[in-house]
Design a protein around this ligand. Sequence first.
Ligand SMILES: Cc1cc2nc3c(=O)[nH]c(=O)nc-3n(C[C@H](O)[C@H](O)[C@H](O)COP(=O)(O)OP(=O)(O)OC[C@H]3O[C@@H](n4cnc5c(N)ncnc54)[C@H](O)[C@@H]3O)c2cc1C
Length: 480
Amino acid sequence: MFDVIVVGAGIVGSLIARKLSSYQLSVAVLEKEPDVGNVVTMANSAIVHSGYDPVPGTLKAKLNVLGNKMMDKLLEELDVEMERIGSLTVALYDEQLPMLEKLAQRSAENGVEVKILNAEETLKLEPHLNPQVKGSLFAPTAGIVNPFTFAVHAMENAVDNGVKLFLNEKVVDIKKENDFYNIVCESGNSYQTKIVINAAGIYSDEIHKMVEPIDYYLTPRKGEYFILDHYSDDLVKHTIFPLPSEKGKGILVTPSIGGTYLIGPSAEAMPSKDDVSTDKPTLDEIRRQALEMVPSIPFNQVIRTFAGTRPTPSTHDFIIGFAKKDNHFINLSGIESPGLVSSPAIAEYVINEFLAKVIELKTNPNFNPYVKKRPNLAKMSFEERKAFIKQNPTYGEIICNCEKISLGEILFEMNTSVPPTTIKAVKKRTRAGFGKCQGGFCQPLVTTLIAKKFNIPLNKVLFQKKDSYVVRYEVKGDAK
Ligand SMILES: Cc1cc2nc3c(=O)[nH]c(=O)nc-3n(C[C@H](O)[C@H](O)[C@H](O)COP(=O)(O)OP(=O)(O)OC[C@H]3O[C@@H](n4cnc5c(N)ncnc54)[C@H](O)[C@@H]3O)c2cc1C
């Protein structure tokens, strides 16, 4: 019997689990995927939004602004890269200028520092913007973050502090039995807990329906993107937004934390929660809108496209609270953008405003907020790197040539408490496979490393999801 079970290991479930591990509680996390942060958390713009945009008074506004402020300390503890590069929301036409004033007013209500810049000031900051730009809203506290290691390191820290993580466990039924919940998984395993926290992202409505009828719905809203390769010139230094509309924040152009550029996302209501395909008409429209803001985008440098799906709630705000009939089921639904930046504040809110009311929270005196620090060779001088590699020769053996990722970095991850057992999981933690060749060279090496380390036959190594094998047939004897 656990005190608390969290369903879902995206960024929200991972940070809730980490926060729970700072108390004397027995905690488990059930995740249907073979890795943490494998759904919405790994397919988004990765912007640390400043909070100028959400409607004042909403949970989105409150938790975005608070989450943004919590990021520096948290990401230092979790050894996750973030850069506060600032954002510019641009007006391309005179008739859009009053909208900048409105956004500035909204920022003031949300307590967010912004400044309206004229055309000259805007172009001085971003010379590649459309020269017809009329002005912009500058938000210096906006940033970019590594969303992959954010979720992985949060969960690793939770596990290091005592949380039990069960991957490949899809919850299919939840029943209240006397004073506890019995959670049944597709595997046939069942888990008992006093309290359930539902952090199942786009499937949170389905999980909620397992305990009571619900009075909201989630619309899957897909966002497609282009990724541009590392680019020798600075295309843009800030995140560039158009003016927001009822469809959301619009098509942005931004540097990513890995040195590439992201362009997107679209916003298409979809019948399926799982459709993350990309299509030419949508990508063409993204290209058109992005070129209007930044005419020199080198689209010949695109290395891939991808999509993520927002769980857009009918209530237009994050839905966080007790189930109507039972305060031992805490529900989180509709955590769409700005869910990534809000996630640290969401975790605190769930625990302080809800969990603390139903269970005694005693501090865990052994809680250690820090993950094991990763050696960062990119930040070392040539001499430092040389000395480090002399001591640790595996860090001199390059596996991914595009991103310059070494064997040592991959082995480090394989020896953590949430090790990568799929190709995508290695990619998310180390960037091996993220570059121009998209794993063309390193994927066979990574596949072999996973097979060896975890004693999996080569033809059973997964790319990312259940049944996503990459080695199909054994052509030269035993594929081991
Ligand atoms: C296109 C797009 C752009 C975005 N851009 C930004 C941005 O720039 N900044 C920002 O702050 N936010 C952004 N967001 C929002 C942000 O990505 C999400 O709010 C955040 O990742 C949600 O995290 P989560 O943990 O709630 O969901 P998820 O990451 O989806 O995690 C939920 C987990 O629950 C698991 N699960 C589901 N069903 C079950 C089950 N039955 N049993 C067990 N496990 C289950 C899933 O496998 C998944 O791992 C964007 C989102 C999208 C789609």
